[in-house]
Design a protein around this ligand. Structure first.
Ligand code: A3D
Length: 311
């Protein structure tokens, strides 16, 4: 049957960690692709991770390249190509540069890896995944944006930090666009099945929601020269793993809505089922009036960014 093949388009901060985690989980062989100026860097990262194998006991093969023909036959493609934020920038400021990059990536992925399940991470996320879908013409089940997993994970992490309880037992979701208008669904957050609304007072919960919304910016400020990379890489790998192993995990992701939650024609964070069919389903559930208006608000923000793509 042979091993699966995963390609990371962009071998920077997130791309390098994606390659490392994919190899350590033995999801398959890994190709790290980057532009010719960075070919040495991705060849080096691949070789470095190859040299970690004797210590970690995995047998995945890694390689670095700037030749698109090397991505042929990829089962999964994860895209981080582009530039990240610097302090003072919001995700939308990346649009002009990253849009050109994503268009180039989409036409090459279409040509060389037409059957891949594609996870987009480049920002501004909701517009980049939309652009990839438009340019590649891939089926909507095979294109998804990683954002909800991270935003929900951050909310989970903060709730665990607040209570001192295991992050593993915190369950919650953040829906909507990957920007300041994202919508944490606090009403449904639980720790070991116990509603967080019974564990943390309302004012404090509001502060934790706000920290979640601005969690990316908090890191950009701390780093001074780039954005989050460890957690984003782990989140995308979770999604890839659910696809490759047909786990049918329920992960909030930017998926193309065609009527779900009253949204039509936009990629936006909604609860998705990820299995061997890719995005197999968007799970709808009833929202309160406040959640509905928050979702309408975040949809407006997504529409505005998507309009800037002119696609
Ligand atoms: P960085 O370390 O700069 O890596 C980006 C890589 O893309 C670099 O190695 C570039 O050489 C490469 N690249 C540039 N142009 C091309 C091209 N045409 N083809 C292939 N590769 C190219 O950035 P990073 O890894 O920290 O972040 C990557 C992207 O992810 C940025 O746009 C971030 O804003 C975004 N990001 C998204 C999230 C989400 O939750 C959605 C979180 C964190 C970062």
């Amino acid at each position: 049957m042979g091993r699966k093949k995963l390609t990371m388009i962009g071998g920077g901060q997130i791309g390098g960690n994606l390659a490392l985690i994919a190899a350590q989980k033995e999801l398959g062989d890994v190709v790290i692709f980057d532009i010719p100026q960075s070919e040495g860097m991705v060849k080096g990262k691949a070789l470095d991770i190859m040299q970690l194998r004797p210590h970690d006991g995995y047998d995945s093969e890694l390689s670095g390249t700037s030749d698109y023909s090397d991505i042929k036959g990829s089962d999964v493609v994860i895209i981080t190509a582009g530039i990240p934020r610097k302090p003072g920038m919001d995700r939308e400021d990346l649009m002009s540069i990253n849009l050109g990059i994503i268009k180039d990536v989409a036409s090459n992925v279409k040509k060389y890896a037409p059957n891949a399940f594609v996870i987009v991470i480049s920002n501004p996320l909701d517009a980049m995944v939309y652009a990839f879908h438009k340019v590649s013409g891939f089926d909507k089940s095979k294109v998804v944006g990683m954002a909800g997993a991270l935003d929900s994970g951050r909310f989970r992490a903060f709730l665990a930090m607040e209570t001192g309880l295991s992050a593993q037992d915190v369950s919650c979701m953040v829906l909507g666009g990957h920007g300041d208008s994202m919508v944490p669904i606090t009403r449904l957050a639980t720790i070991g099945g116990v509603p967080v609304t019974d564990l943390i007072d309302a004012d404090r919960l509001k502060e934790i929601e706000d920290r979640t919304r601005f969690a990316g910016g908090e890191l950009v400020k701390l780093f001074g020269n780039g954005s989050a990379f460890y957690a984003p890489a782990q989140c995308a790998i979770e999604m890839a793993e659910s696809y490759l192993k047909d786990k049918k995990r329920v992960i909030p992701s930017a998926a193309l809505c065609e009527g779900e939650f009253g949204i039509d024609g936009y990629f936006i964070g909604v609860p998705t089922v990820i299995g061997s069919g890719g995005i197999e389903k968007i799970i709808e559930f009833s929202l309160t009036d406040k959640e509905k208006s928050d979702l309408a608000n975040t949809l407006d923000a997504v529409k505005k960014t998507v309009a800037e793509t002119n696609l």
